[in-house]
Design a protein around this ligand. Sequence first.
Ligand code: CIR
Length: 253
Amino acid sequence: MFKNVIVKTPGESYVNGLTTSNLGTPVLDKAIEQHHSYIEALKTCGVEVTLLPGNADFPDSTFVEDTAVLTANFAVVTNPGAVSRNGEIIEMEPVLRKFYDNIYHIEAPGTLDGGDILQIEDYFYIGISVRTNYEGAVQLKQILEGENFKATIVELKEFFHLKTGITYLGEGTIVVAGEFVDHPVFNSYKKIVVPPEEEYAANCIRVNDYVIVPAGFPLTKQKIEDAGYKTIEVDTSEFRKLDGGLSCLSLRF
Ligand code: CIR
C-alpha cells in the first residue's frame, strides 16, 4: 500500500523540456490541467499528496520520479543523467528528509534516473539507458543489496527508461510492451502484453486499489480490467509530448 505521493506542478518553462518525440510543443495550461486531474486520481487512490510548486529553472522537474528511488524504510537520491535535470535533486532532498532518516545518494560518475528502476516485491530491476549508466546501476544495486533487497541490471535496447515499457501491478503480474515482452529476465511473471500500437500505455501505475492508465488506450485498459483491476483514466497528452508518462509524474511510497 502507498500512503504518500510527491508531485510537482509543471513550471512556466515546462514547454522547453527535453524530448525525443515528434508530437509537438506541449501547451502549458493544458499540462497544468492534466496534472490537476492526475492529483485527483491519486487522491481517489487514498494517498496523501505533497504538491511542490513549479520551478522554471528546471523545465522537466514535474517528472519527479527521476530524482529518487523510494522504499518503505529508505530513500536514494539519484544523480539524473541529463545535465539540464541534474539540479532537480537539490530541491527534492529536503522534501525527502521530512519522510526519511535514512537517505543514500548515487554519486558521479554514476548517473541514474528513477524512471529506470522497477520494484517487484523484494526484487529491483535497474535499467541501463541513455540516462542511467553502469556505474550508477552498480551503486544502486549495492545499496539495495545492503538493505536486503535483490537487484538485477537490465540493459535497454530501445526504450527511453525501463518503466517506459514495463509496470508491476502486484500479484505477480506485469504489464509489458516491446523489448520486454519476451525478455528472459521477466519470464517468471504473469504478463499483460500491450499491443504495439498502444505501447505508451505500458507506463501505467498501480496505486492501492486502482491502476491509473493513460487515456486513449482502450485495448490495454480492457486487458487490465479483465485481469481484475479497477482503472482510472488520466489524459497525459501534454506529458507524452516530452516523453513523460504516469509513473514519471510522482514519487509513490
Ligand atoms: C526527460 O527527458 O527527462 C523528460 N522530458 C521526461 C522524463 C520522463 N521520466 C520518466 O520516464 N521517469
